[in-house]
Design a protein around this ligand. Structure first.
Ligand code: NDP
Ligand code: 8X3
Length: 234
């Protein structure tokens, strides 16, 4: 049987590109997100598209139950679902945005990982890939809600490495710089002009290049003027 790769947030951007790339490399992909029609297009005929809301633990449990029933194991888990909401300074922080970012990027990642670990242990070698960010290394004005959750993703990744030491499960964090996806449209609540302005005068990564190691390195641009290029761990 082909190795099983589970990708959260696979309906667009980096998650979709990752699912397509893994499918091309012979993985049986399981794509999860809320927009199932888009997921089905990404998964194609060979892949499996399953509804998933990482902010709802019962949805996470149903998602993993279905994978367990169909495949009985997971070889690769890509915790990609996430994103930013708003760009307000802390003095004007909006609670719902911070709570939303925390639930999607941190609690969601924990719920998915905790539910998938028994199936990762059933693989000969398991692999958890967390999609972090340059924002897990650096900060920027207005970005505290998002940089805080990506710093948390980094802390969780490092902790998992300690906790799973000695077990055949590899832990990887990918920390891209600026990638042009739906990320900024979501951050600015659908304001496409505000989203477009983020990438003006910069050469952002594409979703496809962000999930191709060698190419991503060559094209890595600092996400913000203050970001050292060396921090782009693509
Ligand atoms: P996109 O907005 O294009 O994709 C985000 C994906 O996450 C979508 O598939 C969305 O699917 C999914 N998602 C969001 N909320 C949930 C949820 N509650 N449950 C399940 N899925 C969810 O952004 P990117 O591809 O850019 O972002 C992917 C990851 O990469 C994120 O973790 C982001 O923080 C990180 N990243 C992005 C960078 C960038 O500059 N773009 C740079 C570094 C890291 P749906 O709405 O259908 O549920
Ligand atoms: C997204 C990169 O610089 O917009 O993770 O925070 S940045």
């Amino acid at each position: 049987m082909a190795p099983i790769a589970v990708i959260t947030g696979a309906s667009s951007g980096i998650g979709a590109a990752t699912a397509i790339a893994l499918g091309r490399h012979g993985y049986q992909i399981v794509a999860g997100a809320r927009r199932v029609e888009r997921l089905e297009r990404v998964a194609g005929e060979e892949g499996l598209a399953l509804a998933l809301d990482v902010t709802d633990e019962s949805s996470v449990k149903a998602f993993v139950r279905e994978i367990s029933k169909r495949f009985g194991r997971i070889d690769v888990l890509v915790n990609n679902a996430g994103g930013a909401l708003g760009l307000n300074p802390i003095a004007h922080a909006i609670d719902d945005e911070w709570i939303g970012m925390w639930k999607t990027n941190v609690l969601g990642l924990m719920w998915v990982t905790r539910a998938c670990l028994p199936l990762l242990r059933k693989a000969k070698y398991g692999h958890i890939v967390n999609i972090g960010s340059i924002a897990g290394f650096e900060t920027y004005a207005g970005g505290a809600g998002y940089t805080a959750v990506k710093h948390a993703v980094r802390a969780i990744t490092k902790t998992l490495r300690l906790e799973l030491n000695g077990q055949p499960i590899r832990i990887t964090e990918i920390a891209p710089g600026l990638v042009e996806t739906e990320f900024s449209v979501v951050r600015f609540h659908g304001d496409r002009n505000a989203a477009k302005a983020v990438y003006q005068g910069l050469k952002p990564l594409t979703a496809e290049s962000a999930c191709r190691r060698g190419r991503a390195r060559r094209h890595c641009e600092p996400a913000r003027p203050a970001c050292p290029e060396s921090a782009c761990r693509c």
